[in-house]
Design a protein around this ligand. Structure first.
Ligand code: ZN
Length: 120
């Protein structure tokens, strides 16, 4: 089991028998009595459908301390034991026009398609 994860790691994990590559946007430790369970909170882009995903709201922000740019996006809890591999720290940003998330860029950011066609 891979135990050390960090924000913005990209993890390959298995959810509902499907392999996904997801970005960790927060790490949430849930305390229940004497047990601490760690969940990776992973960003779920629009083109991925995961039944157990949920919409990130303000109250989640207090819980997980994720970056504000992920507010209203979807996320899913991933148990660290579902992770099969990790790529370290791939930060990115959302396009200021169409909202697509692109890795290896910094905000403010406008994607290639939106730069080519401003009326898109
Ligand atoms: Zn764009």
């Amino acid at each position: 089991m891979m135990s050390i994860h960090q924000k913005y790691d990209e993890v390959t994990c298995v959810i509902d028998d499907t392999v996904h590559k997801l970005l960790v946007i927060a790490i949430y430790t849930e305390l229940k009595f004497y047990d601490a369970t760690t969940h990776l909170v992973c960003y779920v882009p629009d083109y991925i459908s995961i039944n157990s995903s949920f919409k990130l709201q303000r109250h989640h922000m207090k819980q997980f301390e994720f970056d504000e740019k992920f507010l209203s996006e979807r996320a899913v809890y991933v148990s660290p034991d579902r992770v099969t591999s990790v790529e370290k720290h791939i930060p990115g940003a959302k396009c200021s026009k169409c909202g697509i998330y692109v890795q290896y860029v910094e905000e403010p950011f406008t994607c290639y398609d939106c730069r080519q066609d401003p009326y898109r």
